[in-house]
Design a protein. Structure first.
Length: 276
């Protein structure tokens, strides 16, 4: 009965999340302050429920819920909605908040309607350590940073095309300026690169000290280092002036797609990243 209640509550969160996105979209089209307030409060309710479930899970399992794929997805979605509320309250940027919530909604839906294996992780049962905990935590934080870069890159491309075609309407007034979008994706990369590097260093240390048959040729490790190198080349190209305007934005979009592919496919093909 308890499991059924939890499932229904998670489904209710998805519904509230979906309704809030609808109101955000209405606000975007019509600049409707009432729709904007409703969307924000619905998102806030979802965040409170997510935080409560996260806290209960930590109390029940006596560990932080990041050691399986579905736990990681839930924590990632929670971080995205937390950042969206933070941006809404402090910086009053609307479209970045909307796109962050769209990404969070997608991952929340994946978590809620996936097979009921949320706690069935070999890693969670037998390989819990502080080193592993920090490795996974930093990895998820880097994904959040690169998600922000993806959002600002997408907004930059939208705004660039609107200005180029001279089709400016009131719907586009919620967009950040080109300069703000460019600074947003650059700062997100600057934050994400060192965090991902720290995660990889901690992960390698954990693998060498904890696993009997450890190899750096693992699919997930190769994909993670490839992602890190891609973002480093993007930042280098931007600093040298070789990547600019839309080219810079598109490379950020493609790099984030590499992150997503590695997050899911790399975990499936890995020989010891047991994220089910």
């Amino acid at each position: 009965m308890a499991d059924l209640t939890m499932t229904r509550l998670h489904e209710a969160m998805v519904v509230l999340y979906a309704i809030s996105l609808v109101f955000y979209f209405i606000d975007y089209l019509n600049k409707d302050p009432k729709a904007h307030r409703i969307a924000f409060w619905l998102i806030s309710v979802v965040w409170v429920l997510q935080s409560a479930f996260l806290g209960l899970y930590i109390i029940q399992t006596h560990r932080f819920p990041i050691l399986s794929l579905f736990e990681g997805i839930y924590f990632y979605a929670w971080l995205l909605i937390t950042i969206s509320i933070f941006l809404h309250c402090l910086y009053r940027v609307d479209l970045p908040v909307f796109f962050l919530n769209v990404i969070g909604f997608i991952f929340m839906t994946i978590h809620t309607f996936a097979p009921n294996q949320l706690a069935l992780s070999p890693v969670g049962k037998s390989l819990i350590s502080e080193l592993l905990f920090f490795h996974v935590t930093f990895a998820i934080l880097s994904y959040v940073a690169f998600s922000l870069s993806f959002v600002f890159s997408t907004l930059y491309l939208i705004l660039y095309n609107v200005l180029k075609k001279k089709k400016w309407t009131k719907q586009w007034t919620r967009l950040p300026s080109l300069d703000q979008a460019q600074k947003g994706m650059t700062w997100a990369i600057l934050v994400g690169i060192p965090i991902l590097l720290i995660s990889l260093i901690l992960g390698l240390q954990w693998g060498y000290s904890s696993l009997e048959h450890f190899t750096v040729l693992d699919t997930k490790i190769i994909g993670s280092f490839l992602s890190l190198l891609i973002y480093c080349f993007i930042l280098y190209g931007y600093r040298k002036g070789k990547l600019h305007t839309t080219m810079y934005a598109w490379t950020n979009v493609y790099a984030f797609l590499v992150i997503i592919v590695n997050f899911f496919l790399g975990s499936r093909l890995s020989s010891f990243h047991f994220w089910y």
